[in-house]
Design a protein around this ligand. Structure first.
Ligand code: ADP
Length: 404
């Protein structure tokens, strides 16, 4: 109720006038507002982001602290009481260089909230802290900054970046060294092959022109030279091949291939070598073997290598199983043997150059390059190769080639 005394022209009271209004709604609204203010205050006090409320002074030439929440006090290590009513340019002398001062001015003028991205604040006391700010305009010429201290995150990021940069440098260095080594191998192998060629042809011719009484001493010596140079030559070829793959200098000559026919050809060519060791090659071809685009001579090299290892590292009389099928859009080929097997520690290193593992390495010939070349060929086709094995029970080498 609002009441007032009504007076006449002479100033004498003549009656009391009262206005009644139902203000229940208004009162409820006021209480609700107080409630919500209390809620916002609670939020302001509890939130983990810093909140600073400023009032523009000097017509936006500076900003004065109106409020500062506990998180902001924690972040800046100053108490609210010490800064309220003070100018931001005094409390934070580095504020202009930091760049947010302009944002305050812009937000005050345009009323458009702005995100002020990660930046580093410095002044005489602070050697560098990272902040991330959101700036809004409030009524009555006030702006509010809500911000986070991201110094720790930034420091961790910087450390990570430094470690990454160091690792990149190291990797580059290693790659350069590896390339140098490959160049060296390449040149060396070529140099060695030079004088080997006349030795190969000469001993070959010598073998042909010698009388065919194979028991003669001269014949045996010639055979020794011929076999030795041949072996040396194929080792050098392996080396050159590895160097070529390592340089990425191999071009695949892919052709659309009837896989079934191709496998049958390879098998018929290679079965005699296996039979010579009294071993049996069993071939399992799935019904739906796809047509695949592949480099036939390279893939034959892969198969022969895996079959030859399966035979080499299995005792006489064993079985070798070659299976061909499809899986998840890939051609899947496996060579399984019942041989000496490979222990778990050795399995991951088999495909690296010059790795020969297990006891048998002293008894069998090889440089340990075969699987390296095999892996390069499969990867050049976009496929993968892996091994599963149990020591003493046998090994299975499997690889895939994508159908498309
Ligand atoms: P190598 O010329 O020595 O045969 P590879 O690269 O073909 O070179 O093979 C590397 C090593 O992997 C071999 O020395 C051997 O120790 C092991 N290995 C390869 N295939 C088999 C297999 N089927 N069974 C057991 N060990 C194998």
């Amino acid at each position: 109720m609002v009441a007032s005394v009504v007076v006449n022209d002479a100033g004498q009271p003549i009656c009391v006038q009262a206005f009644f209004a139902d203000i229940t709604e208004r009162k409820k609204a006021e209480i609700a507002l107080q409630d919500s203010e209390a809620r916002f205050r609670e939020l302001f006090n509890r939130m983990s982001s810093g909140v600073a409320v400023y009032k523009a002074v000097d017509n936006g030439g500076d900003f004065m602290f109106l409020d500062f929440n506990p998180a902001a006090e924690r972040i800046e290590k100053i108490s609210k009481q010490d800064i309220l009513g003070k100018r931001v340019s005094v409390v934070f002398p580095g504020v202009k260089e930091f760049g947010i001062f302009k944002v305050f001015q812009r937000v005050r003028q345009t009323s458009q909230p702005e995100y002020f991205p990660q930046n580093i604040y410095k002044d005489e006391k602070d050697s560098g802290s990272w902040r991330e700010n959101w700036v809004f305009k409030l009524g009555a010429d006030e702006v509010v900054a809500i911000y986070n201290d991201i110094t720790e995150r930034k420091r961790a990021e910087e450390k990570l970046q430094a470690a990454y940069a160091q690792e990149t440098r190291l990797r580059q260095h290693l790659e350069e060294e590896a390339q140098n080594r490959i160049r060296f191998i390449d040149v060396l192998a070529h140099e060695l092959k030079g004088p080997l060629t006349p030795m190969l042809t000469s001993s070959g011719i010598l073998r042909e022109i010698l009388p065919p009484d194979s028991g003669s001493r001269l014949q045996r010596l010639t055979d020794n030279i011929f076999n030795g140079t041949n072996l040396l030559n194929s080792r050098l070829d392996e080396l050159l091949e590895v160097a070529r793959y390592a340089r990425g200098a191999v071009n695949l000559n892919k052709e659309l291939t009837d896989t079934r026919q191709f496998i049958e050809q390879v098998v018929s060519r290679y079965t005699p070598a296996i039979a010579r060791r009294n071993q049996e090659l069993i071939v399992e071809l799935a019904e739906d073997i796809p047509v695949v685009s592949l480099d036939r001579s390279r893939l034959e090299q892969v198969l022969v290598n895996l079959l030859s290892n399966a035979s080499k590292y299995s005792p006489e009389g064993c079985r070798i199983l070659l299976t061909v099928g499809r899986r998840d859009g890939h051609l899947l080929i496996s060579v399984k043997d019942e041989g000496i097997g490979i222990c778990p520690e050795d399995q991951p290193i088999l495909f690296q150059p010059y790795q020969r593992v297990g006891q048998e390495q002293h008894k069998t010939q090889g440089l340990g390059l075969g699987l390296t070349v095999v892996k390069s060929i499969i990867e050049a086709h976009g496929g993968k190769i892996w091994v599963t094995s149990k020591l003493g029970q046998g090994s299975t080498f499997s690889f895939t080639i994508p159908l498309k």
